[in-house]
Write a new protein. Structure first.
Length: 171
């Protein structure tokens, strides 16, 4: 099978490479304090349910030329296995590949977080990251977009915008 790589979230592998030591004066401090009413909406588990590209891409090695903007449909079960949890202690976890121990790209990354309006900020390994999220009016899903470069099944790089959707899991 030809390789394809797309990290389906606003975390990038580079986060792990950009860590700083705890004695570094430039280390971003974790967020603390009580959650606002706006932030309380995020508390819970949010599961990846959609990835849509602005350009058609073929990621499937099925001997058929079948590009699509529906990236999620082309993902393996391991690649689809992605979720965020936000707790009321300001800990956000991004987890991938957790439902099957044979998944090659398992992650469990913890961050501190805060939400101001639609700007989600999180601190991971001393580095501050920001993303603009759109919480649906029902408070049951949120979306965000990223400019990415995807390597398709023919090893061609395609620059596109991906809109990721995470849906809140009900208990």
């Amino acid at each position: 099978m030809k390789t394809k790589r797309l990290f389906p979230a606003f975390f990038l592998v580079i986060i792990l490479l950009n860590s700083c030591s705890s004695d570094d004066n430039n280390c971003q401090q974790n967020f603390t304090g009580a959650l606002s009413a706006n932030e309380e909406i995020l508390v819970g588990k949010w599961v990846l349910t959609s990835l849509v590209a602005s350009d058609e891409v073929d990621l499937t090695d099925d001997d058929t030329d079948n590009p699509s903007t529906d990236i999620y449909a082309q993902f393996t079960d391991c690649e689809k296995d992605s979720y965020y949890t936000f707790d009321d202690e300001r800990i956000m976890r991004y987890v991938t590949g957790s439902s099957d121990t044979s998944c090659p790209n398992q992650n469990n990354i913890a961050s501190s977080w805060k939400l101001e309006g639609s700007k989600l900020e999180f601190v991971t390994t001393c580095v501050l990251f920001e993303s603009t999220i759109n919480i649906l009016p029902s408070n049951t899903a949120f979306t965000f977009s990223n400019e990415v470069v995807i390597r398709d099944v023919d090893n061609q790089e395609i620059q596109t915008t991906i809109v990721s959707t995470y849906t809140k899991e009900t208990e």
